[in-house]
Design a protein around this ligand. Structure first.
Ligand code: SAH
Ligand code: SF4
Length: 338
């Protein structure tokens, strides 16, 4: 049986036509599923009973299911989802002091890029998520915790290695017949895949882009992110420049601060150099331990980075550490038993 969440509104209309169901019914059903978040045909009260019956004979309602939730002291909540093939993923809901309520979604089961500092990367790679598995994380969390203000594609996996499904999921999330989620309230974080950054720049929307830089020095970046051996920084920088010129939008550069690895005075000079002339916003991220030899930078080093970037007129933020006690912090998602 086909999963009804695999259809966008247009393809649902065509499928309904094949089943001799009037087109306007597709819109009604879409509203129930994607706006009212009702996941049971029998509860779709404005549909004739026979139609509800036909729908349940022809379509499955296939969404991930929440297996377990973990609540942190700082109110961060981590969700462990089970997928239809028995694999598992995690998503996180974060409440910021400025009132933002952000869902961090996964796009792959594991991640093939194996960054040295990231638990997901160390856990290996199983497969891409389907669009409905991505949307499903948002729907189930929103249904349980209304009032979500932001969505970040920053959980497990590399979104730009699952580009088609990521785009499909965004189109459904921002659709008027669905959650109608604000485009500017959605961000995608990528390790930096130049061809996809260029394609992303041409998408007709306002979704934001973040690039995990982590080092502006080839040697150090290759040590941290093996993909850098194949894609030099100059190509990433060119793609970012293209994105900015095409969209006029600022790009966030994420920089995890790791003691004595990418927080040296030389590393700072390389970072300043990389940012020169780019419309960027640097997000300094405290390193969250994943049990290896890396350590978080000292506060005085983080402050030096902050001050120097500000003095050089580069926008900079320091990300709060959240959910560390439940392994829900950035880079810690790898469904380790607690
Ligand atoms: N693959 C994408 C998105 C998922 S990773 C990417 O790399 O951008 C999401 C974020 O978690 C990235 O900003 C990454 O730099 C950060 N991250 C990974 N491991 C981390 C760790 N141990 N401590 C802090 N941040 C980490
Ligand atoms: Fe993959 Fe991002 Fe983790 Fe690197 S940081 S391994 S790209 S999820």
């Amino acid at each position: 049986m086909q999963n009804i969440f695999d259809y966008d509104l247009k393809s649902l209309c065509s499928r309904f036509a094949e089943l001799n169901i009037p087109k306007f019914r597709a819109k009604q059903v879409f509203l129930w599923l994607h706006k009212k978040l009702v996941f049971d045909f029998s509860l779709m009260s404005d549909l004739p009973l026979e139609l509800r019956e036909v729908l349940s004979q022809n379509f499955a309602i296939g969404l991930p299911r929440i297996i377990k939730t973990f609540k942190s002291k700082d109110k961060t909540i981590k969700f462990l989802f089970g997928l239809s093939d028995g694999t598992r993923i995690e998503s996180v809901l974060l409440k910021s002091s400025d009132g933002r309520f952000t869902i961090c979604v996964s796009t792959q089961v594991g991640c093939p890029l194996a960054c040295a500092f990231c638990a997901t990367g160390q856990s290996g790679f199983k497969r891409n998520l389907t669009a409905s598995e991505i949307i499903g994380q948002v729907y189930l969390i929103t249904k349980n915790f209304p009032g979500v203000t932001n969505i970040v594609y920053m959980g497990m996996g590399e979104p730009f290695l699952n580009y088609a499904n990521v785009v499909k999921s965004i189109n459904v999330l921002i659709s008027k017949e669905g959650l109608n989620f604000g485009q500017r309230k959605i961000s995608i974080s990528t390790s930096g895949i130049p061809e996809k950054i260029r394609i992303f720049a041409a998408e007709d929307w306002q979704v934001r882009l973040a690039v995990s830089l982590n080092s502006a020095d080839e040697r150090i970046r290759s040590r941290l992110m093996p993909i850098n051996k194949k894609i030099p920084l100059s190509r990433i920088k060119d793609a970012i420049k293209y994105y900015i010129s095409r969209t006029g939008r600022r790009v966030t550069l994420e920089y995890i601060m790791i003691k004595d690895v990418n927080d040296t005075p030389d590393a700072l000079v390389s970072l300043l150099d990389f940012c020169q002339g780019l419309l960027v916003n640097v997000n300094l991220i405290p390193f969250n331990s994943i049990g290896g030899s890396f350590k978080a930078s000292e506060i005085k080093t983080v402050n030096l980075f902050l001050r120097t970037l500000i003095n050089n007129k580069i926008n900079v933020n320091l990300r709060n550490r959240r959910g560390e006690d439940i392994q829900a912090a950035c880079g810690q998602l790898a469904f380790k038993p607690l």
